[in-house]
Design a protein around this ligand. Structure first.
Ligand code: 5GP
Length: 199
């Protein structure tokens, strides 16, 4: 029923849901930021997480920061369109939030991990899955270490996840290699334009 409801809204409004995933440190946030600056009609979904805010991150802007208890309560009440555990923390997209955005006629982009992306595809086959790849595993490791936001243990967890994410990306609709920021942004624009033209 829920699935049907979401599909109806999307069909009625001729909107597509774009799901972007990529290994931690691949620069998907930067690619997306560039895309959104040039295409302000798109809206980036705000996820819920149990991860602690990084310096500069603001509640309800970067994430809805929840306690593990609050997150568990949302799972039990079936409030998430998808959710996943990633590197020791929980992340999820609220159905209500996506619903509101679609009702407001917005094109939405979800920036979530590959487990979550595949759950979305199962519930909404018309969702477009796009994976941002690193030029190489070594490049990814260098970027992850270079941003100095995680301790060694977290970096190791994220590197392990990155290997698994690359495997899951085989089931995505598109892959974009981020070895040149400008090229990656243009490629993302082309993919989304193509999908909108086909809608
Ligand atoms: P970070 O902690 O670096 O902000 O995010 C870690 C990972 O969680 C990233 O791969 C990011 O895409 C993913 N993520 C963020 N929000 C969500 C969400 O709502 N659901 C899922 N499944 N993953 C998410």
């Amino acid at each position: 029923m829920q699935k049907f409801f979401f599909q109806c809204i999307i069909l009625l409004m001729n909107k597509k849901l774009y799901v972007i995933s990529g290994s931690s440190g691949v620069g998907k946030g930067t690619v997306l930021k560039g895309f959104l600056q040039r295409n302000p009609q798109f809206m980036l979904s705000i996820s819920c997480t149990t991860r602690k805010p990084r310096p500069g991150e603001v509640d309800s802007v970067n994430y809805f920061f929840l306690s593990p208890e609050e997150f568990k309560d949302c799972i039990e009440k079936d409030k998430f369109l998808e959710w996943a555990e990633f590197a020791g923390n929980f992340y999820g997209t609220k159905k209500k939030y996506i619903n509101q955005c679609l009702e407001e006629g917005k094109d939405i982009i979800l920036e979530i991990d590959t487990k979550g992306a595949l759950q979305v595809k199962k519930r909404m086959p018309e969702a477009v899955l796009i994976f941002i790849c690193p030029p190489s595993y070594e490049a990814l490791e260098n970027r992850l270490r270079g941003r100095h936001t995680e301790d060694e243990q977290t970096i190791q967890k994220r590197l392990n996840e990155a290997k698994i994410e690359l495997e899951r990306a085989e089931n995505f609709d598109y892959k974009i290699v981020n070895d040149d920021l400008e090229k990656a942004i243009i490629e993302l624009e082309n993919v989304i334009k193509k999908e909108r033209d086909n809608a």
